[in-house]
Each structure stands twice: as structure tokens, then as C-alpha cells.
Design a binder for this molecule. Structure first.
Ligand SMILES: Nc1nc2c(c(=O)[nH]1)N[C@H]1C(S)=C(S)[C@@H](COP(=O)(O)OP(=O)(O)OC[C@H]3O[C@@H](n4cnc5c(=O)[nH]c(N)nc54)[C@H](O)[C@@H]3O)O[C@H]1N2
Ligand SMILES: Nc1nc2c(c(=O)[nH]1)N[C@H]1C(S)=C(S)[C@@H](COP(=O)(O)OP(=O)(O)OC[C@H]3O[C@@H](n4cnc5c(=O)[nH]c(N)nc54)[C@H](O)[C@@H]3O)O[C@H]1N2
Ligand SMILES: [Mo]
Length: 759
């Protein structure tokens, strides 16, 4: 983006590349930097400061006291030393998951881990919240994770696909973001798709931004939450019933179809997975299921899948069954057919450029100690609750470490983790919680020590765009001076390294300043570029020019077809699976003996779904928000575009609203056994009856004086903290039921974005 400043104040910001698609997330830098919600000074919880080894008071309910940077870092150093000496490196959790800010140098969690590696190791994390289930199962099935890999190129899809299905994917929303910088170069492909005359289908319980974007060019099919495997099985059964499955492909390129077919036809469990059987579970009519089977069979069909449906209990089954369906259709490895799990993310399918790719900061100092243990990222609360407890993960039998010290830098775990009230209880266990933050998030409020971090706009960095395409190399020059006492995470961990050991600062920084690091990363790009015939100017010239560099296109990459070589000759180009082929039945997975992830894709009834909902309970969806990156920017004026009754909007079907006497714009209460939240009703036909949506990422604003109700509508107060399965241990944010009523209680003032009084 381009940011305008007068040197002291940010005046405005906007996208740097004209695409015709505005990205709201780029327009609020002014507020990001100058927000009243910024953490201004290092702060320590009063009861902690009084006796750090035996803290008094309750995290999250105590006052904060302002201290100097030196006091804060001395305090951390002393307690870190004590805890490490008493309990060892695995007692320190520095897994610190989160989206932080862009840049190859100022990577908050990486810098934390670098410091912890210097100090002797730590507990890290495995996997992520995004694709915890899919990334664990896919390597067993197709030999790679698929979710973070380049897709069959868009020009081929536009040329060859007849039918494009967006299965649990909302690219118009999610492509506003990339793990690297966002350049919106994914969206124009979907615009071309919209105008292509192809058959476009969105399978989603909610009428997403993408369904709206396609308009008359697309069809919206709305299954019940969490029932997609049944829907896919119904389609698969219809294929098999009509002999439409591609026997040649199944025979040449897959293993275990017969075992799966025994289940599909009901031979093994007595239940044929007919279209009627599926319809009763997923709520899509049997006629529609048959129509889809015939349509997919008769046409070149690309199944583009997002990830919302795998962020669920039994999430692993979703993409395993999707691949199985694609295998039965026999189009994997053709231009325009098969499946793709990353068209909706980071511009997947936008052809990879010939590129000079930047180096980036590593999470380990020379001679340092890496993570000594790693826990599945979404199992953090279980680990806190159950130190030493046994758990299983992807075929491994492990034990949780005894975590005494938690440091989060660059993540908002109080918004991202499921079942906030359970998290808050577990959060009282560690002896020390440090949060490095730019803003007074709920995590910061529940810390012992809060360190103010700079935003991207207060420091220098570099980045690339499009995680697979490498389309641009981008300078990220400092715009304004750091706000108040905010410091770069890099400087903070360098100072702590020096406190840890004499010479530690030099070990941490390798003797380089910020700009020297950037030059190092840029020079790596120059070297990498040279081997690709991409010539970059010297760093000083590039930095002075302050312009992004676009990488050259390469015709060959526009012809990239995922799995093409494998399809052409599976023996010569085997997949990295045990048998070298697509595993529809996996002996390895079957061997793990997990009831929640059997040896072939299966429909399994979740703990909470419409099939066991009590009277009045609704299925709760927590899709990703259009005008936030998770919790980031919730405090900005963008909120005025979506807030209803001053709270997070809750999407509800008119039928469900009427049954509860709820009108559009009403303040409503949503609750279940885990917690309760206030939200503002958006009554619309754009959601399946029986389903409600609260987008993830609203800041928790729990009011202890009002029964702990969250006044801002944070969905994870209601979600269930259980693993997708023992295979992936992914989060299950999209598996929950809740009740809903019009709120008639006392007026409650929103306080989510007010810093603590003393701050
Ligand atoms: N129910 C439900 N829950 C979900 C999801 C869902 O679909 N449903 N989605 C899940 C997914 S996919 C994800 S990825 C997670 C996202 O969870 P997170 O990645 O944790 O969410 P963010 O809000 O992006 O948090 C980033 C935090 O880093 C801070 N930050 C930014 N820059 C810096 C910096 O330079 N230094 C420091 N120290 N801090 C910085 C920001 O202020 C912000 O608080 O949420 C998960 N939770
Ligand atoms: N603007 C914006 N963009 C983002 C993010 C953001 O917070 N804001 N987050 C980024 C991150 S970290 C990630 S991981 C990706 C997330 O990318 P995704 O996980 O794909 O995004 P979601 O919105 O969670 O889910 C996509 C769609 O799946 C639908 N869905 C949910 N449950 C089901 C189900 O049971 N069945 C079916 N058929 N559909 C279902 C949702 O309604 C939604 O429209 O997006 C990235 N992009
Ligand atoms: Mo994510």
C-alpha cells in the first residue's frame, strides 16, 4: 500500500496497485498508528509487580502499573532465568502463533524464538489454525499438503474448465489477504471466471461475498454446517451407481478404492450412501445431488476448496473425501480438472514469476537451541490444563510439557482460540505471561507484563507479494516515528539477549542494524534472481527509489498443471505417499487406530450439529471477516461499516428471526453452555435457515459484572475447543450449536477498545 504522511502523522493510505477492486484493509493505517487503543508504555500487572515469584490478584482483573523499559526487561530477565533454571526449556511456551505484521525482518514470533534459542530452547508449536486438519491428512493422501502449494494455473482453468465449484471458499473476501503482502492479483481471475459463461457453483451455508459477486453467473447451494462429507458421498454414490466413476484413473493412480467402495455401497456397514441418505444429513435435495454428479461427470470440473469446512471436528474427512470424489471423476492432473485447495488464498493459481526472492529472519541464533518440544498449536489450553498428560498426534504418542511461562508476540490468542472462558481459566496456571503488542487486545489485558510494539509503519522492512506468485518485491519504508514508547520487537529481544549473556546482543543481531539486515535479505534476492535472469539494482538505489519491483512473467508457468506428471506416468513420477499413488484407503492411517480418523474418508456425526440440536439451537458458523484480518483492525472506523447495534453483526435467516421475535438491527444474546455474547442481528435470506454466522475476530469484551457476557460478540466465547481429530489436532471453530434471543437486559457499554484506566 501507499501511505501518505507529513512526517509526524499518517494522513492516508491506499492500495499501491490499481486493480479496480478496493481493499478496505488498506485504508486505515492512520488509525492503526494513532489509535487510542495502542499500548503506549511497558506495563506490569499490579499483583505481579508486587511479588513476581508469588503473584497476587487475578490475570485479567488486576490493574496495570506503568514501568520503564529497563524495569520491564530486568523483571522479565530475572523471572525467565528463574523459571528456566527451575523447570527447564520445555516449560517456556514461545510457540506464539499469529499473523503479526508483514515483513521479512520484523517477524515478532520468529524474533521471540530467536531470543529463546539463545537462552537454551523452548516449547514451540506444530501446524496452524488455518489448515490444521487438511495439512495433516493431505500428505498421507497425496504426498503434499496442497493447502500451501501452487495451483493449476488460472489461464488453464479459464481455458479448460467447464464447471468450477467453490466448496467452502469465499475468495472475494479471503484474497484481500496473503501471508506475504497482498497485491489483489488473485481477484481479477475470479472476475474473469464470473464473466466466462462457465457453470459456477458455491457450496456454503452462507451466501458469501463471493456468491454475491458471482450474482446471476453463479449458483448457491447451502448445506447444513459440517455435513459436506455426506453431500460428497451422495455424489460419489451416484457416480458409482451409474458407472460414471473413472475406473481407469482409479486403477492407475489410486490405491484402496475397493475398500472405500465397500463403505460407499453399504457392503461393510449396511448403509448405502445414496443421494437420499445424503440429503437427509446435509439438507441438499437428492435431485440436486444427482444433478451435481452428472454435471461433474460430463464436464471438466475444478473443485476449488477453501478451508472453513475443515476447521471442524473430523475436519480431516472433508478434503480426503474431496480428493476421493475428484479421483472418481478422474480429472486430477488435467488442465482445468481435479481439485485445488488454495485458489482462495494468497493468489493460488496466479502463475509463479521468474523471481528474485528475498531472504528472511530465522528463528535461531548460531549455536542456539531450537524448540525442545512442540505441541499442536490448537491444543494449548489442553496443555495448560493437563501438564504431563498423554496425547496422540498424527501417529505419535506424546506428553504435554509443563508450561510455566507463556510469551505471545504477534498473535491474538484470546480472539483466535476456541472457548474463551476455558482459555481464561487455564490462563491462570502459568507463573508468567508476557505479551508483546501494538494494541490493548484481550490477551494483553490478561498478561502480567505488556510490552508496546511498533507497527509496520514505524520501522523499515521488505516483503514480497503473492505467496506462490512472487509477483512483486516491495520496500516497506518507515512512515512515522514510533508512537510513545513503542519499540521494535527486534530491539527488545536484542536487549534481552544482552541481559541473558554478555555479548548476547551481538549474537542476536549478528552485529547488524535494521538496514544492514534488509540489505542482507535483499542481496540474497539479488543472488537468487541472478540464477533466474532477474537483475535487481543495488540495495541503496532500490531503497532510495522506494518503488516496488515487478518480476517478469514466464510463459511456462502459465501452463502449470498440478499432478500432470503423476497422471501421465504414476510409476515414473510417484507421489510421496507410501504406495506412490493417491491413497483412498490409507493403511498407515488405519494403523493409527483413531476412531475420529479411520482408514478411508467417512461421514462421522459431530458432537454438535443439526442432527442432535436441542429445541431452538442453531448451527454456529464463524467465517473470516471481510473488513478485518481476524482481530486486526476491529478498533478502526471500518467497524462502522459492519457493526449492528454497536456490536459484531450476527447473520440470521428471517425464519429463525421471526420465531424469536427478532428484527433486523436488534441487539441479540447468543449463548450456550460455554458462554454468552451480545451481537447485532442482520436478518437476511443470505444464510441457510438454522445457521447463524458471527465472523471470527471480534475482540472479547467480557463483563464480569454482567454474568461474563461478551459485549462485542466474540464468537470464540461460544465455540468448542476440541481437536479436529487425533490425526491433525486442528481447531474446530466451526463445530458448535447455540441459542439465540432478543436481548432485553440492562444496557451494557462496549469497552473492548478502551485501554485499561492506568494505561
Ligand atoms: N472460531 C474461529 N476461530 C478462528 C478461526 C475461525 O475460522 N473460526 N480462524 C483461525 C485462523 S485460520 C487463524 S489464522 C487465527 C488467527 O489468529 P491471529 O493470527 O492470532 O489473529 P490476528 O488478529 O491477526 O493477531 C495478530 C496480532 O499480532 C499483533 N501484531 C501485529 N503486528 C505486530 C508486531 O509487529 N509485533 C507484535 N508484537 N505484535 C504485532 C496484532 O496487533 C494482533 O493482535 O484465528 C483462528 N481462529
Ligand atoms: N479479509 C480477510 N481475508 C482473510 C482472512 C481474514 O481474516 N480476513 N484470514 C486469512 C486466513 S488466516 C485464512 S486461514 C484464510 C481462511 O480461508 P477459509 O478458511 O477458506 O475462510 P472461511 O471464511 O473460514 O471459510 C470459507 C467459507 O467456508 C464456509 N463454511 C464454513 N463451514 C462450512 C461447512 O461446514 N460447509 C461448507 N460447505 N462451507 C462452510 C464459510 O461460510 C466461508 O464462506 O483466509 C485468509 N484471508
Ligand atoms: Mo488462518
Amino acid at each position: 500500500m501507499l501511505v501518505e504522511t507529513d512526517g509526524d502523522t499518517v494522513l492516508s493510505s491506499r492500495g499501491a496497485i490499481t486493480t479496480g477492486f478496493s481493499n478496505s484493509l488498506q485504508t486505515v493505517v492512520r488509525e492503526q498508528v494513532h489509535s487510542k487503543t495502542r499500548v503506549r508504555y511497558p506495563m506490569v500487572r499490579k499483583g505481579f509487580l508486587a511479588s513476581p515469584e508469588h503473584p497476587q490478584g487475578v490475570r485479567g482483573q488486576d490493574e496495570f502499573v506503568r514501568v520503564s523499559w529497563d524495569e520491564a526487561l530486568d523483571l522479565i530477565n530475572a523471572q525467565h532465568r528463574r523459571i528456566r533454571e527451575s523447570y527447564g526449556p520445555s516449560s517456556i511456551f514461545a510457540g506464539s502463533y499469529g499473523w503479526r505484521s508483514n515483513g521479512v525482518l520484523h517477524k515478532a514470533a520468529t524474533l521471540l524464538q530467536r531470543y529463546m534459542s539463545l537462552a537454551g530452547g523452548y516449547t514451540g508449536h506444530l501446524g496452524d489454525y488455518s489448515t490444521g486438519a487438511a495439512q495433516a491428512i493431505m500428505p498421507h493422501v497425496v504426498g503434499g499438503n496442497e493447502v500451501y502449494q501452487q495451483q493449476t494455473s488460472w489461464p488453464l482453468v479459464l481455458e479448460h474448465s467447464d464447471v468450477v465449484v467453490l466448496w467452502s471458499a469465499n475468495p472475494m473476501n479471503t484474497l484481500k489477504i496473503a501471508w506475504n503482502a497482498s497485491d489483489e492479483q488473485g481477484i481479477p481471475w475470479f472476475d474473469k471466471l464470473r464473466n466466462s459463461g462457465k457453470r459456477l457453483i458455491c457450496i456454503d451455508p452462507m451466501r458469501s461475498e463471493t456468491v454475491d459477486f458471482f450474482g446471476d453467473a453463479g449458483e448457491w447451494i447451502a448445506p447444513h454446517m459440517g455435513t459436506d462429507v455426506a453431500l460428497m458421498l451422495g455424489i460419489a454414490y451416484t457416480l458409482q451407481e451409474n458407472g460414471w466413476h473413472d475406473r481407469d484413473f482409479l486403477q492407475r493412480c489410486t490405491t484402496g478404492y475397493e475398500v472405500f467402495a465397500g463403505y460407499l455401497t453399504g457392503e461393510t456397514d449396511g448403509q448405502p450412501k445414496t443421494a437420499e441418505w445424503a440429503a437427509a444429513i446435509c439438507g441438499v435435495s437428492a435431485a440436486k445431488i444427482r444433478e451435481l454428479a452428472q454435471l461433474f461427470h460430463e464436464n471438466t470440473t475444478m473443485l476449488m476448496s477453501g478451508w472453513g469446512m475443515q476447521r471442524q471436528q473430523f475436519g480431516e474427512q472433508k478434503h480426503w473425501m474431496l480428493v476421493t470424489l475428484a479421483a472418481m471423476l478422474g480429472q486430477i492432473g488435467t488442465p482445468g480438472g481435479g481439485f485445488g485447495l488454495s485458489y482462495h488464498f494468497a493468489n493460488g493459481g496466479n502463475p509463479t514469476r521468474r523471481a528474485a526472492v528475498l531472504g528472511s529472519m530465522q528463528g535461531n541464533v548460531a549455536g542456539g537451541t531450537d524448540a525442545v518440544d512442540k505441541i499442536p498449536v490448537a491444543r494449548i489450553v489442553e496443555a495448560l490444563e493437563n501438564p504431563g498428560g498423554a496425547y496422540q498426534h498424527n501417529g505419535l504418542d506424546r506428553h504435554f510439557p509443563d508450561i510455566r511461562f507463556v510469551w505471545w508476540a504477534g498473535g491474538a490468542n484470546f480472539t483466535h482460540h476456541q472457548d474463551t472462558n476455558r482459555l481464561i481459566r487455564a490462563w491462570q496456571k502459568p507463573e508468567l505471561v508476557v505479551i508483546s503488542e501494538c494494541f490493548w487486545t484481550a490477551a494483553a489485558r490478561h498478561a502480567d507484563i505488556v510490552l508496546p510494539a511498533t507497527t509496520s509503519f514505524e520501522r523499515n522492512d521488505l516483503t514480497m507479494t503473492g505467496d506462490y506468485s512472487n509477483q512483486h518485491l516491495v520496500p516497506m519504508k518507515q512512515v512515522v516515528a514510533p508512537r510513545d514508547e513503542a519499540r521494535d520487537d527486534f530491539e527488545v529481544f536484542a536487549d534481552l539477549s544482552e541481559r541473558w549473556e554478555t555479548g548476547g546482543r551481538a549474537r542476536f543481531t549478528e552485529g547488524k542494524t535494521e538496514l544492514q539486515w534488509l540489505e542482507t535479505f535483499y542481496d540474497i534476492a539479488r543472488q537468487r534472481g541472478a540464477s533466474q535472469q532477474v537483475t535487481l539494482p543495488p540495495f541503496s538505489e532500490f531503497w532510495q527509489a522506494n518503488q516496488l519491483i515487478e518480476m517478469p512473467e514466464i510463459e511456462q508457468n502459465a501452463q502449470f498443471v498440478r499432478f500432470a506428471a503423476f497422471r501421465a506416468d504414476p510409476d515414473a513420477n510417484p507421489l510421496k505417499t507410501p504406495g506412490g499413488k493417491i491413497e483412498i484407503y490409507s493403511e498407515r492411517i488405519a494403523g493409527f487406530g483413531y476412531a475420529d480418523c479411520p482408514g478411508h474418508p467417512m461421514w462421522l456425526e459431530p458432537d454438535e450439529w443439526h442432527g442432535n440440536a436441542e429445541e431452538g439451537q442453531l448451527e454456529l458458523l464463524s467465517a473470516h471477516p471481510a473488513h478485518r484480518l481476524h482481530s486486526q483492525l476491529n478498533y478502526t472506523a471500518l467497524r462502522e461499516q459492519y457493526a449492528v447495534a454497536g456490536r459484531e453483526p450476527l447473520t440470521i435467516h428471517p425464519q429463525d428471526a421471526q420465531a424469536r421475535g427478532i428484527a433486523d438491527g436488534d441487539l441479540v444474546r447468543v449463548w450456550n453452555a460455554r458462554g454468552q455474547v451480545l451481537a447485532g442481528a442482520v436478518v437476511t435470506e443470505g444464510i441457510r435457515p438454522g445457521v447463524i454466522c458471527l465472523h471470527e475476530g471480534a475482540w472479547p469484551d467480557l463483563d464480569p459484572a454482567a454474568g461474563g457476557i461478551c459485549k462485542n460478540g466474540a464468537v470464540n466465547v461460544l465455540t468448542k475447543d476440541l481437536p479436529s481429530s487425533r490425526l491433525g489436532n486442528g481447531c474446530a471453530g466451526n463445530t458448535a450449536l447455540a441459542w439465540l434471543e432478543k436481548y432485553n437486559g440492562p444496557a451494557l457499554t462496549l469497552t473492548a477498545f478502551d485501554p485499561p484506566a492506568s494505561a
